[in-house]
Design a protein around this ligand. Sequence first.
Ligand SMILES: O=C(O)COP(=O)(O)O
Length: 220
Amino acid sequence: MPSLVFDLDGTLIDSAPDIAAALNQVLKDEGLAPLSLAQVIGFIGNGIPALIAKARTHYGLSDARQEVMLAAMLGCYRHDQTRLYPGVREALSSLKAGGYRLGLCTNKNLGPTHEVLAACGLAEFFEVVIGGDSLAVKKPDSAPLQAAFAALGGTPFLYIGDSEVDEETARRAALPFAFFTGGYCHLPEERLTFALKFDSFAGLPEAVRGLAFTAPETSV
Ligand SMILES: O=C(O)COP(=O)(O)O
């Protein structure tokens, strides 16, 4: 059976308001002004340590603050404002009922990933969860995605994500990419390569089944 792997932040969940709240709490403790939601979204995609590093660079803070700020961020990060994008649960249910194996590959650390999956009622859908600290490397290295597909079994079919980091990860793994346009991409879509593009989860199962149907024909 084909296996599908999903990204998390900006793909299944709109987590930016909670990420911004936690980061701004850390910045406040450092005596710094808060960042806007749009600025924080600009820093999302490479994991929480990279988010902290980008915020430090923005304010000219030295590397010496990295570990303290990272620990503070992980300590105050909550999921109160995080929401599923419309239709996510229905789409995952439909794909799972259709026999697809589902996995998750995110740059978010495993601890908060499991917390947010439970808080949003998504944990039951995923047989495999790879986080930003599961391996020594993160996306866009292909290793986390390849590890997710290897653990899932079945035929690796599609990586579904929202950002240039996800697209590069799929490209490096030589796997097709499905691009959700409603998340946190920082590049114009002309710069991305994708097998399918979607702006709503309502049509995703049908689009995936359409790809699954045509895949054998194109590979003959
Ligand atoms: O934590 C991040 O910066 C991004 O996480 P994601 O890989 O789920 O988009």
